[in-house]
Ligand binder design. Structure first.
Ligand SMILES: *[C@@H]1O[C@H](CO)[C@@H](O)[C@H](O)[C@H]1NC(C)=O
Ligand SMILES: *[C@@H]1O[C@H](CO)[C@@H](O)[C@H](O)[C@H]1NC(C)=O
Length: 357
């Protein structure tokens, strides 16, 4: 599979697209601007909070509940900001600016198309498409039919058949056809012609035929926004990971991750646990702690620990052990340990770039 990294600036643009692109850009700008405003607002809140906290020190402990309340409302605001940032990233991802088709595929109206070089049966053709994470072409607009008629110049399978029930035509995605472009007096079946192909260049040239015949075909897939990681970070299941070079306490580890726009790793599937063992041969900190309440382990993203891989007899809180790490090598089990221990760590973050798979 080809992976294409796209930088927004590298795109060649035609005048046709400028209006759309600039409206997208202004849309992004609005998003970024509102994030900035939210950030400034939070900063102001932080300063106010700092001043009131300072004043409080001179007052008395009476204000403690008030401070706690403020702190929790700020935590909420921070979480909201994080959430908004994620949303903005997703929107950027969905905008066409970040999308393209894999190498060799043609792009038309948010979809990618690939014409086969050889001929084969309808089933083999379909298998080839699904192996390419696509399917045979489904024609669901007059524009798409026009597009198709301009690119083909020989018999070409399309994703339409009536194999299941004679006379009831279905697209490969299960939908009944809403638009049909049969050639005159087609489909004529004869009881054995269950697959549809396009006869030639030009409109209204759908024909039904024996599925075992050998024709070219066209695969189609939607532009999917997939995300990937910048240099040095490894990708797994749409997250990016990096292992630290240096060692440090759990707090230092977390600070380093946050400085990189990430956080300590949160493990939420057995596959991710296995993946970790591939990117480290050292003991590493996880984003898991029971500092807040002894015995209640929580991930740094606030989720409780559900899937756990504690080593036998762990966690044992042997002499105040509030932070979790994994052992190295084959035995990637978890252990609790004093948060001031010096270990390496793994940061995890959402991907930066988008590619099409
Ligand atoms: C699908 O067929 C094309 C030839 O048209 C070939 O290049 C490609 O490798 C095939 N893909 C798979 C997954 O078999
Ligand atoms: C991938 O991430 C999703 C969402 O976080 C999760 O539900 C799923 O279990 C993960 N899959 C694997 C294989 O780790």
């Amino acid at each position: 599979m080809e992976e294409i990294y796209l930088k927004p600036d590298n795109r060649t643009s035609s005048t046709n697209h400028r209006g759309r692109r600039s409206s997208k850009r202004s849309f992004c700008l609005v998003g970024i601007l509102s994030l900035c405003l939210l950030g400034a607002f939070l900063l102001a809140r932080l300063i106010t909070f700092g001043i009131s906290y300072h004043n409080c020190l001179h007052d008395s402990a009476d204000h403690l509940p008030e401070i706690k309340k403020q702190l929790s409302s700020m935590t909420e605001e921070r979480d909201l900001l994080t959430e908004k940032t994620k949303e903005l990233r997703t929107l950027l991802c969905l905008s066409n600016q970040y999308k393209t088709c894999p190498v060799g595929w043609s792009k038309f109206n948010h979809r990618c198309y690939l014409q086969s070089e050889r001929s084969d049966s309808w089933d083999a053709a379909r298998k080839n498409c699904t192996d390419e994470e696509a399917d045979l072409i489904v024609i669901d607009s007059p524009e798409e039919e026009t597009f198709l008629s301009t690119i083909i110049n020989e018999e070409t399978w399309i994703g339409l058949n009536d194999k299941e029930q004679e006379g009831t035509w279905r697209w490969v995605d299960g939908t009944p056809p809403t638009l049909m472009y049969w050639a005159s007096s087609q489909p004529d079946d004869g009881g054995v012609e269950d697959c549809a192909y396009v006869r030639n260049h030009g409109k209204n040239s759908w024909m039904d035929f024996r599925c075992s015949a050998s024709f070219h075909w066209i695969c189609e897939k939607t532009l999917n926004c997939k995300k990937t990681c910048s240099g040095g970070w490894s990708e797994f299941n749409c997250s990016c990971y990096i292992r630290s070079q240096s060692s440090g306490s759990w707090d230092a580890a977390r600070k380093d991750c946050r400085d990189r726009g990430a956080d300590l790793v949160v493990v939420d599937s057995p596959e991710e646990q296995t993946f970790l063992s591939m990117i480290t041969t050292k003991r590493v900190w996880l984003g898991l702690t029971d500092e807040e309440q002894e015995g209640t382990w929580k991930w740094v993203d606030g989720t409780p620990l559900t899937l756990s891989y504690w080593g036998s007899t762990q966690p044992d809180n042997g002499g105040e052990e509030d932070c979790a790490h994994v052992y190295s090598g084959e035995d990637m089990t978890m252990n609790d340990c004093s948060c001031s221990t010096s270990l390496k760590w793994i940061c995890e973050k959402a991907p930066d770039y988008c590619i099409v798979s």
